[in-house]
Write a protein that binds this ligand. Structure first.
Ligand SMILES: C[C@H](O)[C@H](O)[C@H]1CNC2=NC(N)=NC(=O)C2=N1
Length: 97
């Protein structure tokens, strides 16, 4: 199986169960991160953007004061792939500093 092949429901459920904060919403996985101010959220968004360009895989990102919402999905596959789960984990690592 390639990194851009669709995953099964069980594989996605397994990831969500093991990764607090992430939820499945249809054909996406989403997580909200909280920050003490606007600027810290902006910095986080920029780090995600650099990661996305490096990996040629791009999430939807919503920036609010003190909050960043990230959603991963593979448009080309029309759903969730191993690449989404890998980048969700990397997103968590960025948020940890
Ligand atoms: C040509 C390029 O590799 C593709 O368009 C990439 C770019 N970034 C992407 N990002 C996401 N999230 N899904 C994709 O299918 C995708 N495809």
């Amino acid at each position: 199986m390639g990194k851009r092949d669709r995953l099964s429901d069980d594989e996605i459920a397994g990831f969500v169960a093991a990764h607090p904060g992430w939820v499945r919403a249809g054909e996406r996985i989403e997580r909200s991160y909280s920050f003490p101010d606007y600027g810290t959220g902006v910095g986080f968004v920029m780090q995600i953007a650099l990661l996305a360009e490096r990996r040629d895989h791009h999430p939807d990102i919503a920036l609010s004061w003190g909050k960043v919402r990230v959603a991963w999905s593979t448009h080309d596959a029309g759903g969730l792939t191993a690449l989404d789960l890998e980048l969700a984990e990397l997103t968590d690592r960025l948020s940890a500093g």
